[in-house]
Design a protein around this ligand. Structure first.
Ligand SMILES: [Zn+2]
Ligand SMILES: [Zn+2]
Length: 167
């Protein structure tokens, strides 16, 4: 029983970090749409409307958040491992989701509407800030359901989930 505790602590930290990472992502993206320096590179991303590749995106997420991973190791090793894994797994998932929505959005089966795809398609400045998930747009009232599955998307469908720009 006693030995099980660290495992559950690790799993709990994993789950919290996974959800927390999606919240951070939502707010960082939302703030990029405010007139701050933070937004310059993002405005360029909107202009070009193409993603840099799964691996580069992932490294960007990790580079900018790595300091948030360290403190949990001072709580305990299982807490640190669980917390870091939760954040890293979310970053990997989200980099993939980002690339998929740029290249092959109809394959994004876990969302009713691929939020990031429509965020770009309609150059939205106030809505749909989620990347990997749409939870926080619902929570904070920025979710905007729009018609998006037109002939244009249907003809672009590729069958493979893996045929993407990886780097
Ligand atoms: Zn944006
Ligand atoms: Zn994008």
């Amino acid at each position: 029983m006693i030995e099980l505790l660290p495992v559950w602590l690790g799993i709990g930290c994993f789950a919290i970090a996974f959800v927390a990472a999606s919240l951070v992502e939502y707010w960082v993206h939302r703030l990029m749409h405010k007139p701050l320096r933070l937004g310059e590179r993002h405005r360029d991303h909107h202009r070009r409307n193409e993603a840099q590749g799964v691996v580069w995106e992932f490294l960007d997420y990790i580079k900018s958040t790595i300091v948030l991973l360290v403190p949990m190791f001072f709580v305990s090793l299982p807490a640190g491992i669980g917390w870091s894994l939760g954040a890293v797994v979310y970053a990997a998932f989200s980099s993939y989701a980002h690339q998929l929505q740029h290249e092959n959005p109809t394959k994004c089966f876990w969302m009713k509407m691929p939020v990031h795809y429509v965020h770009h398609k309609y150059n939205m400045w106030h809505h749909n800030f989620g990347l990997g998930v749409d939870w926080w747009d619902h929570v904070f009232g920025t979710y905007k359901l729009v018609e998006w599955l037109t002939d244009e998307e249907q003809t672009q469908v590729r069958d493979s989930y893996l045929e993407l720009k990886w780097w």
